[in-house]
Design a protein around this ligand. Structure first.
Ligand code: GUN
Ligand code: ZN
Length: 439
């Protein structure tokens, strides 16, 4: 067992933040040996309960749960910052050409290491990832995540039509490959698999039907896709599936809305769509930097909360512009604030933080597993330095409340705030051990 004395940020079941200004976080093995959080709370209340346990004192630091990224594209690392007229030209001009290179095992393997380095450097310890449409891209990412003992969920993209040579897959083979990948990776250590139809316009009816059948056969795996991101995309989807009530309803018609299904964007929704998400137990991945960069629109927080549609935050790299949860939370604040096209809200900073940690874990069905500092959660946490830059130091020195402290970090912070990252009970050094087999 090991304990850390510092300020703590954690959340109760309602998502209310708890700030222990002088706190103690105790890490120790669970029943099966997995490093877990054994206790989190005030130092004064807890210190007598763990005699003999070494305590590392981290004055001036804030211990917080590792962030979760609910939607990120592993093969789009080098697509970040590629401007286009909108989503569909962006896919054609930049995204598909880049993703086509991930059929190469060597390239995928190298990029997996860079991708995981970036996530971790920014304090993201769990991610729901799109690989490319090529099996080696999934194998490379999963193998790299397993070596680092990360809790990571990923899937092979399904796209058997309206996609260029190099990324288009074959209907039958794509489903066979998906089932084989589920068998190979789902539940291996901390890894999970996500059935990943790219979006309805890139998938034939047969492919969507097959994906839905897999989702029914493998209830524990996740499902991920995109929906209602961009007006041209929506018109296209409606033309291709004229019988569906809405774009979202296409996925429902194929059995792809269920618990553990996470849909990116969910911008241009009506209340019936929001209620359908809620009733099926599906969640939205809100991707504000992407939506601002590609000019897609503004997620309607008021609508989501009024109907009770679950959601959490995501980078959507490479449509998104940053791996940094601080940048994503700030963009989410701007998006919430926008009040010309939908009701404008001023989202409290602790609420933004919850959406990227415990709230995101709830959206994934992993509440109590990751995303919080509470007994039983896996030991993924961050040591944050609220005075990491001169301006942050000035600003946080006179923060009078938790809200002021968190807002200063959201507005002024980035990877420099993330001083140390603990994954599964061990602090990261630099690169993971090399030389392990990729399968
Ligand atoms: N819709 C279909 N594919 C993609 C993608 O790669 N990124 C985004 N943002 N939307 C998509
Ligand atoms: Zn995306």
């Amino acid at each position: 067992m090991k304990a850390y004395r510092a300020a703590l940020l954690r959340f109760d079941d309602q998502g209310t933040p708890i700030h222990d200004e002088d706190g103690l976080l105790v890490i120790g093995p669970g029943a099966d040996g997995t490093p877990l959080i054994r206790a989190a709370g005030s130092y004064a209340a807890l210190c007598g309960n763990f005699p003999g346990v070494a305590v590392e004192h981290l004055p001036g630091r804030l211990l917080a749960p590792g962030f979760l990224d609910l939607h990120v594209h592993f093969p789009q690392l080098d697509v970040i910052g590629s401007p286009a007229e909108g989503l569909l030209p962006w896919l054609e001009q930049y995204t598909f050409p880049h993703e086509s290179r991930f059929s190469e095992e060597l390239h995928a393997g190298e990029m997996a290491e860079v991708f995981l380095d970036e996530l971790l450097r920014h304090g993201v310890t769990t991610a729901l990832c799109f690989a490319s449409s090529h099996v080696p891209s999934v194998d490379a990412l999963m193998a790299a995540a397993r070596r680092r003992r990360l809790r990571l969920i990923a899937g092979k993209v399904l796209q058997d039509r309206h996609s260029p040579d190099g990324v288009r897959d074959d209907t039958e083979q794509s489903l066979v490959d998906t089932e084989a990948l589920i068998g190979r990776w789902h539940g291996q250590g901390r890894l999970g698999y996500a059935i990943t139809p790219r979006f309805a316009p890139s998938c034939s009816e047969a492919q969507l039907r097959g994906a839905g059948e897999l989702a029914a056969r493998h209830a524990g795996v996740w499902v991920q896709s995109h929906v209602a991101e961009n007006r041209d995309e929506i018109l296209w989807a409606r033309e291709l599936f004229p019988a569906a009530r809405s774009y979202l309803a296409i996925y429902d018609d194929f059995g792809l809305l269920r618990e553990r299904a996470v849909y990116a964007h969910c911008i241009h929704f009506d209340d019936e769509d929001r209620a359908l998400m809620r009733d099926r137990g599906a969640a939205a991945a809100v991707c504000p930097t992407s939506n601002l960069f590609l000019g897609s629109g503004f997620f309607d927080y008021e609508g989501a909360d009024r109907i009770g549609m679950p959601y959490g935050l995501a980078s959507d790299v490479g449509g998104g512009t940053s791996f940094s949860p601080f940048h994503t939370m700030l963009a989410a604040y701007y998006v919430g604030r926008e009040g010309q096209t939908k009701p404008g809200l001023s989202l409290p900073p602790a609420q933004l933080w919850w959406q990227h940690t415990a709230g995101a874990a709830r959206a994934l069905g992993l509440e109590g597993v990751v995303g919080n500092l509470r007994p039983g959660c896996e030991a993924d946490f961050l040591v944050l330095d609220p005075s990491a830059t001169p301006l942050l130091a000035r600003r946080t020195a006179h923060a009078r409340t938790l809200d002021e402290l968190l807002f200063a970090m959201i507005v002024l912070g980035d990877d420099r705030v993330v001083e140390r990252v603990c994954v599964s009970g061990a602090f990261l050094q630099s690169s993971p051990p090399a030389g392990e087999p990729t399968r």
